[in-house]
Design a protein around this ligand. Sequence first.
Ligand code: URA
Length: 240
Amino acid sequence: MAKLTLDRILQSQGFGSRKYCRELIEDGEVAVNGEVVTDYRAMPDPDDLTLTLFEEEWRYREHVYIAVNKPSDIECSRKPSHHPGVLSILPEQFSWRDVQPVGRLDHDTTGLLLMSDDGAFIHAQSSPKRHVPKVYLATTAEPVSQALVAQLLGGVQLHDEPAPLAAVRCRQVGEFQIEIVLEQGKYHQVKRMLAAAGNHCSALSRVAIGGLQLEALGLASGQWTYLDAAQLALLVPDQA
Ligand code: URA
């Protein structure tokens, strides 16, 4: 990896403008692998680099890949209008380094949301050609029946779609709960499919993407974690 000066490194990690990062360094606020460095022209090796700022340690990461257990009443859009945006529940550095959600969950949908500042990853992961299964747990207003499961598996017609949309898998998990696995990510897809099948979605949570299970991440609502290479490898089509 090409070496950068310390001010540029801090900027790349989302600590603020280059000018501000220089000031932090010159004020002795930055330690590199445990040693305070006051020369912003220092070029530490990014492959093995931990920065300490205001008593918090940050490992250098060229890109970040994170999973969030999204709470309700949080918007995924870049310009949230009615509820706080998802970046508001993450460290400020993530906004500075332009971390974005991979696809969207509705403001009232909870559960597994991926976020990254790696454009190629976001693009690949959101591509409909990739067929990454997304597993949703829906609570319904009316009891779940085998007929409902069959309808969702067979395909339901939504108003603005040219052809019926079907779940790739679907099973009843409770009297008012159904697990629905989709490969597409159309607007309000689960809610609209349930409505088209004559039921109503009263609560929705995404519990897995590919083979990455929210439960295995052990995140309470509103918590986030970095994803490691093994976890990222679970995000491929045939891991669910
Ligand atoms: N389907 C929906 O209806 N809403 C979501 O947030 C995700 C899938």
